[in-house]
Ligand binder design. Sequence first.
Ligand code: FDA
Length: 304
Amino acid sequence: MSLFRQTLLFLSQRKELEEFFKHNPLAQQARSRFVAGDTRAEALEVTRKLNAEGFSVTLDYLGEEVIDPDQAREASEEYAGAVEEAAAAGLNTGISVKLSHLGVRIDEQLAFSNLMNVVERAARVDRFVRVDMEGSDLTDVTLKLVSRVRQSTPNIGTVIQSYLRRSDADIASLNREKIPVRLVKGAYLEPEEIAFQNEEEVVLYYMRLTEALIHSGTRPAFATHDTKLIEFVIDLADIFGLKKTDFEFQMLYGISNELQKNLIADGYRVRVYLPYGDDWYGYFMRRLAERPANLWFLLRHWKK
Ligand code: FDA
């Protein structure tokens, strides 16, 4: 992992810088590329447009690392309310949640109840809940709570990161439990002992994990903008006789728009991950870290 990326991921955890960025007009403008807006209404409006273009959506109410139980309950209500309102409006969207937003740093049981609230209310309107994967200190608890919820409600899945060396074992147990997986490379700062640092290794492991998922029968989601991985998934799905509807691609709002449209035109399913809300700093910094050009663009315009 480059020093540049490490620095930005480190800064993404610094509260001091958060205040500076959040009040900077240029950063606010730049974030609009990646975020639908501050409000649920804005997110539903963008969802409507994406649906009309053939995309399904997963909404993400931005927020993480909550340490106040009321804020965690408020997040749970917002996630559940958003999915209910979207379903009532006939929109094709599920929801992605973060356990650190639902209070797992405060208390595991609190996060479980908050997650259950979202999953049960989403189930009533036939919608799917994806639990995002955060830093590796939350991997075990995320898998544990997802598995616990899955015992009573099937409309839940989670995310596996191909930079983590443990991921093939995790996929094997998720496959046994028939829990749908979204496969990503991984967006956090992780030490060498547990995570590949070299991009080639992350890509090779992603390919190996793709093979494990393609046979899972759980409609896996391949979340990447990396064209060589997308081609690999398409070829492998073809070799094993999967239909285009047996899996989906997922991409982030505002990234690789042409690629997203081309896949839809070729008959593949593409789901757009659509964040909204005013707590956008951590998400925004992870997007900057993924691509140096994003930061250079910001700095170039900063001077003017
Ligand atoms: P890579 O970073 O190699 O990008 C390939 C190409 O995509 C780049 O060359 C560039 O053209 C474009 N691109 C990628 N990122 C860009 C950016 N920020 N700005 C502009 N262009 C960009 N991670 C995690 O740890 N937990 C999670 O739950 C999730 N959830 C998630 C959902 C979805 C739908 C996606 C697409 C991604 C995630 N991620 C995630 C993030 C993931 O781990 C990873 O950091 C990003 O997807 C970037 O990796 P790529 O696979 O796209 O490859």
